[in-house]
Write a protein of this length. Structure first.
Length: 284
């Protein structure tokens, strides 16, 4: 028996022209509709300058709608953050879930949307408030220790400010090193316009003097040093260095992270000398 496969040639390819819109730009300015020799020209409506289209989850018109683009990732980040803090997970699993599920939503827009430093710091403060509200961070515990890696005595939370620095530096390094015609056009545009992203990356690399693959470790080290030299909160880490104690074993409970977040935050606050005990009240 011979089986014959037939393919119909009557399939009509149709474009969703009702979903399309056109906009004509000349040197960054919106122009009236121009003839481009397209048979579909009369079927495609003109894009309203006050509106935008979405490309790769980013709203664009004659320019990227930075103001509108900041609201969606912020709301989604906070929504995922609340979902992560809700379940009965261990303290380590919650911190890891925040870094793998919530932070990437916000980090996706780095280098595209112009996030000001005050906005990033404000969202970091909002994150700490939510952690405190759900019992994952004591309100008097040290802030810098929250962002130190767990094997070094911290909580291991990913700081948005640090994540932004790493992503921006990687972005500029990729543009500077990649040999590709399209990337060369982007590189020329970046240097000619002297973009804010390029300026920020230069400042970061000048300050840290390291590549992006080492910048994350450098930022963590600077955060640890700030915690170490604090008069009250840094007593634990200084005592460990002075007494030559086994630091790895001292922080083993943090690295395993099997306890609840409420218990872990209380222990950390006690180590930071942030809990008002009877002895502290008597001596103060």
């Amino acid at each position: 028996m011979k089986i014959v496969h037939t393919i119909s040639n009557d399939i009509n390819m149709k474009f969703g022209l009702e979903k399309c819109a056109s906009i004509c730009l000349k040197r960054g300015s919106v122009q009236s509709k121009m003839h481009i020799g397209n048979t579909f020209e009369n079927d495609i409506i003109a894009l309203d300058p006050r509106k935008a289209y979405k490309y790769l989850r980013t709203e664009e018109g004659y320019d990227i709608q930075h103001k509108n683009e900041k609201e969606e990732p912020k709301k989604e980040y906070l929504r995922r953050l609340r979902l992560v803090l809700g379940p009965e997970l261990s303290t380590k699993n919650k911190i890891q879930a925040i870094g793998s599920l919530a932070v990437p939503v916000y980090r996706y827009s780095f280098g595209i949307v112009n996030w000001h430093q005050e906005e990033r710091q404000k969202l970091d403060r909002r994150t700490r408030k939510l952690l405190t509200f759900h019992g994952q961070h004591h309100r008097k515990a040290d802030v810098d220790r929250l962002y130190v890696p767990r094997n070094q005595g911290g909580r291991g939370l990913m700081q948005l400010e640090a994540a932004h620095a790493v992503v921006i530096t990687k972005f500029v390094e990729y543009i500077d090193r990649k040999e590709d015609p399209l990337i060369q056009v982007v590189r020329t545009h970046q240097h000619n316009t002297d973009s804010a992203v390029l300026q920020m990356a230069r400042c970061l690399k000048t300050e840290v003097q390291k590549e992006s693959r080492k910048m994350k470790d450098s930022i963590a080290e600077k955060t640890k040093e700030r915690w170490h030299w604090k008069r009250m909160h840094g007593q634990l880490t200084r005592k460990l260095d002075e007494k030559l104690l086994d630091i790895e074993q001292s922080y083993r409970w943090l690295k395993s992270g099997d306890i609840k977040g409420e218990t872990g935050s209380t222990i950390v606050a006690a180590q930071d000398q942030a809990i008002s005990t009877n002895y502290f009240k008597k001596k103060s």
